[in-house]
Design a protein around this ligand. Structure first.
Ligand code: MLT
Ligand code: MN
Ligand code: ZN
Length: 306
């Protein structure tokens, strides 16, 4: 399985357009320890021919152009077999609207995320230019299904959704009861090699089920949004704690670094990293602490082969 990080930052990217925090200023100044990142999206492929995008960021066009295996091979063609959505947040879904140039799209998502994206959304009409422009395939937590493209030909990958503590996207807050399908992690298996990727880019907590999924994986991507629960408050940039936004912080005694110590997976990466996070600075004490725990910080262009 090939795993290509197209974007490793949280919503807003790094630097974020309206942010003058020390990290964002360093990135704009071209500091060698603060490399800019686009918003989270990861490509996965068993054969290098057909690719699945985990989340569709607002920067999807540039991300596709950045990686030749995602380029068309014919006058009208895309190697992107499908998009997998792990929740309905705009940093994960806006890219779908950018793929509106009359190309059939296959999208894997929970029922809840499908409805959140399609209902009462006039923009979605631009993806209904012809019958069957978008086909949705439902991810039911706990059920492993083949990760096929639209033609149904096996791609050598299977997928299973794991319910993960999260929250509705900001634009749907307060509009509906909470639903376990709001946010998921996914386990992707390569049928031929047995290689197993656990992808949890947004996680408000680590349930026993998530822990078990991470234990089974050879490669883990986990929520690296914030180092500190208070990060936005300390910097004077907001009033919310990490957990209010359903992101378990990395640092501290209850953080993911401490709680996931001893995980088997040889390859462990933090992704969906907010521009305020000290992990973004390659020389920081926090980066050293994460690396000492066996974690790396994902970055744009990074590739992993399982
Ligand atoms: C998140 O990761 O919490 C969301 O992307 C936040 C947002 O949509 O503004
Ligand atoms: Mn996000
Ligand atoms: Zn910033």
């Amino acid at each position: 399985m090939r795993i290509k990080v197209l974007g490793a930052a949280a919503g807003g990217g790094f630097p974020q357009w309206n942010c003058g925090c020390p990290n964002c200023r360093a990135a704009r100044a071209g500091a060698p320890d603060a490399t800019p990142l686009t918003q989270e999206s990861v490509g996965v492929s068993a054969d290098g021919e057909r690719w699945f995008l985990l989340n569709a960021s607002p920067e999807i066009r540039a991300q596709i152009e950045s990686y030749a295996p995602l380029h068309p091979r014919e006058a009208r063609h895309s190697p992107i077999a499908a998009v997998v959505l792990t929740n309905g947040d705009l940093d994960h879904t806006l890219g779908i609207l950018s793929l509106r140039e009359s190309h059939p799209l296959l999208i894997y998502a929970t029922e809840r995320v499908q409805r959140g994206f399609t209902e009462n959304n006039v923009f979605y009409r631009t993806l209904q230019r012809f019958p069957g422009q978008v086909t949705w395939r439902t991810l039911d937590p706990g059920r492993q299904i083949p990760l096929d493209g639209a033609d149904g030909a096996p791609t050598g990958l299977s997928i299973e959704a794991v319910p993960t503590p999260g929250k509705p996207p900001v634009h749907l807050e307060g509009l509906a009861e909470t639903d376990p399908g709001e946010n998921i992690g996914v386990i992707i298996r390569d049928d031929a090699t047995g290689g197993c990727l656990a992808y949890f880019s947004a996680a408000g907590d680590i349930t026993p089920e998530i822990r078990a999924a991470l234990e089974r994986a050879d490669c883990v991507f986990f929520d690296g949004t914030f180092w500190d629960s208070d990060e936005l408050i300390t910097l004077g940039l907001g009033t919310k704690h990490a957990q209010d936004m359903a992101h378990l912080p990395v640092g501290g005694p209850g953080g993911s670094l401490a709680r996931l110590a001893g995980l088997n997976a040889a390859r462990r990466y933090y992704i969906h990293i907010n521009n305020t996070n000290p992990l973004l600075r390659s020389g920081s004490a926090e980066r050293a602490q994460a690396e000492a725990g066996g974690w790396k910080v994902a970055h744009d262009g990074m590739e992993v082969t399982l």
